[in-house]
Ligand binder design. Structure first.
Ligand code: F6R
Length: 611
């Protein structure tokens, strides 16, 4: 989704803004732009369709000197990707705005502003903000007051940053529904959609809260005002993961780097959360023990890959903690007349903590009488974390590749911790708890062993590069893993893929199976193995080519039309985590063979901050 960078510094800001945009590329975008107030007090702008490199080229030809500026990567919502639709949007020659989010009442505002004599150059909803602020600037003494009055007219979601030639050395930012952080420098101040954009200049951040307005001015001055307009102090937090998190290191793609980080981040997700023979319930917060002992139901809500993690958790929570679980995609849940049984725990899962639908679902749930809300999330300080009663951070570190990998496996790890914590307060047998704790401790080593199979997985990938479709099969808790495998293949290789619970095959999808349809199956050593083997026979009998990821102990061997990759034996409850890895690697290699943009697949955004 759109990315924002802003800087008021003691030096020219063009390079800072450009580097910030490069660091936001992972969010997904289709055009980029920058506006800087020159030393002579004139506002100048450059915009380009396509990658940030195209904007850099444009700036190479016509640089933007000046110590105060804003920049943006745009992910089109209103109006196609084009230079005129790219941000910053200006009102006249003197005022520029960048915006992330959607202004829902933009049509009415546009009519009003046109009637007032304002000329619109773009099809975007954002341009109304530029004209509204400009109109208010004419009525008020400074940019801050003008922005505040303009905000009062906006409906919808926004993070925005405004500069004006009449207020040199000042940026006014605001957030409502879309994230915005302030980077605190020495004698300098910055704005960014996320901290990663600014790690080249600072590791100290203020996470703005809903309704906050901020003014950055010369000398690194930062003034924050809450929704009521009162000056407030917000805590300055230090970013813990270091700047290396935002670079690919020796890897060809962020996605590959993030896949290979999984042993370390799964270990980090477990760190300090396991006792000798049980999970530490207090990892979920001091009130968790009292709350968890009251839980009688769990509702899990998330989107995309995070939703798949929730689907796996349903199997775990019902089996080990004995609580009924509902799992739903946030975009459906938020518009349903949900019936909430007494003592239901509401759980959201999100890598970014800013996904618009998941956040809206949480806000909707807060009005519905849940026992409490728990966020399992990867981004500290994100809206989801701040607005939930309890949280458990997944500790995966920044995930840059659009296709989620390490965030998913750490979510699953966190969900197994939740299963153990709920199980503990609900009398799960001590032996079972101890067994699962031991298995969790051994998981990072097993993940390393699966990653060592990469060359064999890469070899398998050649069979997919020319295919147009693929079918993924799994049973039980591995059905969501099949869904996740299909999603990964779709999003980065653009091969159409579907996933089915293997038992559903003969109820329809079997009609699709022929020699052109590769069928991928995960076959861990669980109670459904024999049934899965029969389903695989059904595929073979129709000439389908099978690719099976199987436990080394299950006795599925290669034969004509069946390629088998053996995975190390793992406690069957944790197999969904381990079996995710070969599917991630398979998709990655297929995408590389197809030459797609692995880290920024077309049409997709990393953090989906609009509905
Ligand atoms: C797919 C993917 C998306 C996200 C979804 C939710 O690889 O990354 O499906 O899982 O957009 O995002 P978060 O987890 O940030 O709420």
């Amino acid at each position: 989704m759109c990315g924002i960078v802003g800087a008021v510094a003691e030096r020219n800001v063009e390079a800072i803004l450009l580097e910030g945009l490069r660091r936001l590329e992972y969010r997904g975008y289709d055009s980029a732009g920058m506006a800087v107030v020159s030393p002579q007090g004139a506002l100048q702008r450059r915009r380009a369709v396509g990658k940030v490199a195209a904007l850099a080229e444009c700036l190479g030809d016509a640089p933007l000197p000046g110590r105060c500026g804003i920049a943006h990567t745009r992910w089109a919502t209103h109006g196609r990707p084009s230079e005129t639709n790219a941000h910053p949007h200006q009102s006249g020659e003197g005022l520029a705005v960048v915006h992330n989010g959607i202004i829902e009442n933009h049509e009415a505002l546009r009519r009003e502003l046109v009637a007032d004599g304002y000329r619109f150059d773009s099809e975007t909803d954002t341009e109304v903000v530029a004209h509204l602020v400009a109109r208010e600037r004419g009525r008020h003494a400074d940019l801050l007051a003008a922005v505040r009055h303009a905000l009062a007219r906006l409906e919808g979601a926004y993070a925005l940053a405004v500069v004006s030639a009449d207020d040199p050395g000042t940026i006014v930012g605001a957030r409502k529904g879309s994230p915005l952080v302030v980077g605190v420098g020495i004698g300098e101040a910055f704005l960014g959609s996320d901290p990663l954009a600014l790690l080249q200049v600072t590791d100290r951040f203020v996470y703005l809260e809903e309704g906050d307005v901020v003014r950055l001015s010369a000398g690194g001055r930062v003034e924050v005002f809450d929704a009521a307009g009162a000056a407030v102090k917000r805590e300055v937090q230090t970013f813990e993961h270091g700047d290396g998190a935002a670079s690919k290191g020796d890897y060809r793609h962020f996605m590959l780097k993030e896949i290979h980080e999984q042993p370390a981040v799964i270990a980090a997700a477990l760190e300090g959360r396991l006792g000798e023979r049980a999970a530490l319930v207090e990892s979920f917060g001091p009130e968790a023990e009292a709350l968890f002992s009251r839980v009688r139901q769990v509702h899990i809500v998330a989107c995309g890959t995070s939703y798949h993690a929730g689907m796996v958790a349903r199997y775990w929570l019902e089996r080990f903690a004995g609580v009924p679980v509902q799992v739903e995609v946030a975009s459906e849940y938020r518009y349903r007349r949900v019936v909430v049984p007494e003592d239901t725990l509401f759980v959201t899962l999100s890598q970014s903590g800013e996904t618009a639908d998941t956040l809206a679902a949480l806000r909707f749930a807060r009005e519905r009488g849940y026992l409490a809300s728990l966020a399992i999330c990867n981004v500290p300080g994100s809206s989801l974390v701040r607005e939930s009663d309890l949280c458990l951070m997944t500790q995966a570190g920044p995930e840059i590749g659009v296709a989620s990998t390490k965030a998913f496996t750490t979510q699953l790890t966190a969900l197994m911790l939740l299963t153990l914590a709920l199980g503990r307060v609900r009398d799960l047998a001590e032996e079972t708890q101890a067994e699962l704790v031991a298995a969790l401790r051994g998981l990072p080593r097993l993940v390393e062993r699966v990653l060592a199979l990469d060359p064999q997985i890469e070899a398998l990938s050649t069979a997919f590069a020319e295919k147009h479709h693929a079918l993924f099969l799994g049973r039980g808790a591995h059905f969501p893993i099949a869904l996740e495998g299909a999603l990964k293949l779709k999003e980065i290789s653009y091969i159409h893929a579907e996933a089915y619970p293997a038992g559903e095959l003969k109820h329809g999808p079997l009609a699709l199976v022929d020699s052109e349809m590769p069928v991928i199956s995960v076959a861990p050593n669980d109670e459904l193995l024999d049934k899965l083997k029969s389903n695989l026979q059904e595929v073979r009998a129709r000439g389908g080519e099978l690719f099976v990821f199987a436990d080394e102990r299950v006795g599925i061997e290669e034969a004509e039309g069946i390629r088998v990759l053996h995975l190390p034996h793992v406690h069957e409850a944790l197999a969904p985590i381990l079996y995710t890895l070969p599917l991630q690697l398979l998709s990655y290699h297929v995408a590389v063979l197809k030459g797609t943009d692995v880290d920024q697949p077309r049409n997709l955004a990393k953090s989906v901050t609009v509905e």
